[in-house]
Unconditional design. Structure first.
Length: 143
């Protein structure tokens, strides 16, 4: 099954956006991730997109480097140069962007302000909900 070329990012993006401020500590961000049951979180500065932080960033860029999760600010370890999408972008463009940049999650922004996030799982569910990735993405978390 192919992706409908008329559908846009806003049709399938996750609108429940989890975010932290760039000045928050890594521990605060980790707690937000745990509470929301997500592996990535949008980083804001003055209400605008500053970057994205993943659970892997916390492990590799903070813990493995001997960083203090109570002293290190999110801005120090997040990825500040992130690809973004607009709500009106076509899904095919999103697929190509993810493929070209080898990324799994892309913030969706309107005038610099995040309004959602599009994940590889969102696209898998759209393309073929019965595929292995679609089924995994649709499954309830196993906390």
């Amino acid at each position: 099954m192919e992706i409908d070329t008329n559908r846009t990012v806003s049709d399938i993006m996750t609108k429940r956006l989890v975010s932290v401020n760039a000045g928050d500590t890594v521990r605060e961000a980790a707690r937000e991730m745990r509470e929301a049951d997500v592996g990535s979180i949008v980083v804001l500065q003055d209400g605008r997109l500053h970057g994205i932080l993943t659970d892997r960033d916390i492990v590799v860029r903070c813990i493995a480097e001997g960083g203090d999760c109570d002293e290190t600010h999110v801005a120090e370890i997040c990825s500040p140069q992130v690809a973004t999408l607009r709500p009106e972008d076509r899904l095919q463009y999103a697929v190509e962007l993810m493929r070209d940049k080898a990324i799994r999650r892309i913030p969706v922004v309107r005038d610099g302000v995040p309004v959602g996030i599009l994940s590889l799982g969102d696209l898998a569910l759209e393309r073929d909900p019965n595929s292995a990735l679609g089924s995994i993405s649709a499954a309830a978390p196993n906390n």
